[in-house]
Design a protein around this ligand. Structure first.
Ligand code: BEZ
Length: 259
């Protein structure tokens, strides 16, 4: 995965408390339908669980991630598989792939044109790109409330999506892909309310994992206030039956590299 802003990923916290990220991505593999012997590139592979699932289905797979910590953990988890530290926007494949796959990573890459160009360059003609990322409106309630609380605490304006995330609409993403020779065959934007692990602590764990650089840059003492106020504000909307349920909205795409 790319870095969450200035901070580093924490693979331990990721695997302990956020396994929903890859579990929810498992059915994306049905869209990829990897075939025995195919070469597949997994972009933003994190700690490697879906990379391993692709390999289990018979493909030869390379997982790339810009986080050295995530790649180290992936190599430890799956020593027989190939993982590399690489920035997807600059990745140049030694040999073209039959397919490029990505789950829950592309929304951390804020140079979508460069990423699409690299994906297109990595594919054989006729090769497919199968991906899921946060789509337009993703974590809308959560991020609006987070912006409001930070502005209350700091009296300074906050950039939309904290400058961290890219959540495109179907039209916007299809335009990016098609301008790089990736013909969109399927695109779907859908709500996926996602219960977090950890009961009462779920939201604070999520904030620590995914908004660490933002909370870490708040003035001394404001980090704890931020979490308390945000929980208070969001509880009526996002806390149900003992769990925080985040307002995820996903964008799924399948595109084919045209000659
Ligand atoms: C997501 O998977 O949609 C996501 C995760 C962390 C922060 C923002 C979005």
């Amino acid at each position: 995965m790319p870095s969450p802003g200035e901070g580093a990923w924490n693979p331990g916290l990721y695997e302990r408390s956020h396994s929903f990220v890859w579990k929810r991505g498992e059915d994306l593999l049905e869209l990829l339908a990897p075939q025995t012997g195919e070469r597949v590139l997994d972009v933003g592979c994190g700690t490697g669980q879906l990379t391993a699932e692709i390999a289990r289905r018979g493909a030869r797979v390379l997982g790339i991630d810009s986080s050295p910590d995530m790649v180290q953990q992936a190599r430890g988890n799956y020593p027989d598989l190939q993982f590399e530290v690489a920035d997807a926007s600059q990745f140049r494949a030694p040999e073209p792939f039959d397919a490029v796959f990505s789950n829950a990573a592309l929304h951390w890459m804020t140079k979508p044109e460069a990423v699409a160009a690299a994906i297109a360059a990595a594919l054989k003609p006729g090769g497919r790109f199968v991906a899921e990322l946060g789509g337009k409106g993703n974590v809308g309630r959560l991020s609006r409330a987070a912006v409001a609380v930070i502005e209350e605490l700091t009296h300074a304006p906050v950039r939309g999506h904290f400058g961290l995330w890219y959540f495109p609409s179907v039209a916007e993403y299809a335009t990016v892909l098609e301008s790089h020779g990736l013909e969109v065959r399927y695109a779907l934007l859908f709500d996926r309310p996602t219960p977090l692990e950890g009961g009462e602590n779920g939201l604070r764990d999520w904030l620590q994992m995914f908004l660490g650089p933002v909370t870490g840059s708040l003035p001394a003492g404001a980090g704890a206030k931020f979490v308390e106020r945000l929980e208070e504000r969001l509880r009526p909307q996002l806390f149900r039956d003992g769990a925080w349920v985040v307002d995820y909205r996903r964008l799924r795409v399948v595109a084919v590299k045209v000659d």
